[in-house]
Design a protein. Structure first.
Length: 316
């Protein structure tokens, strides 16, 4: 029987709810083709039992997995990669070249996240990171094609959220596995108008023009759906892409006047909060403002931090 944390999305694609932070917040994807499998994003160490249970529920052994492919090396996407690989004897890890060294030796990755989240949160949410042996790691290249039992997947370089980010195109489903490049879309905010989406400027490599270009490039493939890590599959991608582009511009317009402001972080948080509440009001969201801000609290904080880092890199 299929566990309730595994959702069949068709085309041999399954979303696995990793239980990070809350239900329906963080997805890893399992693709199955002719008895072979690939994981796209892994969640954290705490997700690994669910990923292995998903395999078992689909009648697959651990030796059926050929690929583990984090979209980028942020810990909610790749924190469990090392531990997962220890369970998958045939799998190879395919990672963006800028991220490969961090999954081979995750010390710097851990310390970077520690600076953002603190020790208590690191232990609660992520656990001890495990490295992947270098001989099991492949580095992707822009335009690379790989095969899963003959099913071709295209990888492209998608900077903007992070410079170590690639996305995967699956022509079978006409969908992109987008990591964080196509933003965040939580199911609690779905209305009769469809899903709502927001960009993520998580520290430390937010680059608004690069992010807009990556979204435009993905849309050039005429996708019918996007497989987001946060959270799961969305359609109506033309509307969502336009919203993302407009919101990235709005974030820049909010941030630039605050570059030298002594209260910059608080004002960024306040501005982002007001922006999201306005967006959700226009989207017809039925949740109260307090609940909306509660669901978005971590994203507001991280987006404000990311905008601050971006501002500090701009010329004086």
């Amino acid at each position: 029987m299929q566990p309730d944390f595994v959702e069949d999305l068709g085309h041999g694609i399954y979303a696995v709810d990793t239980a990070f932070q809350r239900d329906h917040f963080d997805a890893a994807y399992l693709m199955v083709e002719n008895g072979r499998a690939a994981f796209i994003d892994t969640g954290t160490n705490h997700a690994v039992p669910r990923l292995l249970a998903a395999l078992e529920a689909l009648g697959l052994g651990v030796d059926a997995v050929d690929w583990v492919i984090p979209t980028h090396v942020h810990l909610d996407h790749a924190g469990g990669a090392g531990l997962l690989m220890q369970h998958l004897p045939q799998a190879r890890l395919l990672v963006h070249p800028r991220g490969a060294r961090h999954l081979i030796d995750p010390k710097a990755l851990y310390l970077g996240a520690l600076a953002v989240y603190g020790e208590a949160e690191m232990q609660r949410s992520y656990g001890q990171l495990r490295g992947v042996p270098a001989e099991r790691v492949d580095q992707s290249s822009d335009g690379q094609m790989i095969a899963l039992a003959g099913r071709e997947l295209l990888l492209i370089d998608t900077p903007g959220h992070a410079r170590h980010h690639h996305c995967l195109w699956d022509a079978r489903s006409r969908g992109w596995f987008t990591g964080d490049t196509f933003g965040l879309s939580y199911r609690e905010f779905d209305t009769a108008a469809g899903p709502w989406v927001l960009p993520t400027s998580t520290p430390v490599q937010f680059e608004p023009e690069a992010l807009k270009a990556s979204i435009t490039r993905m849309m050039s493939y005429d996708p019918q759906q996007m497989y987001l890590t946060h959270y799961s599959r969305v359609g109506d991608v033309g509307r969502l892409a336009a919203s993302l582009q407009a919101q990235i511009d709005a974030m820049v317009a909010l941030a630039l006047p605050l570059k030298a402001d002594a209260q910059r972080h608080d004002k960024l948080r306040q501005g982002l909060s007001a922006h999201y509440l306005d967006e959700l009001r226009r989207h017809g969201c039925g949740l109260g403002p307090e609940r909306q801000l509660e669901l978005l609290a971590m994203d507001i904080e991280l987006n404000a931090q990311g905008l601050g880092v971006w501002l500090d890199k701009l010329p004086a």
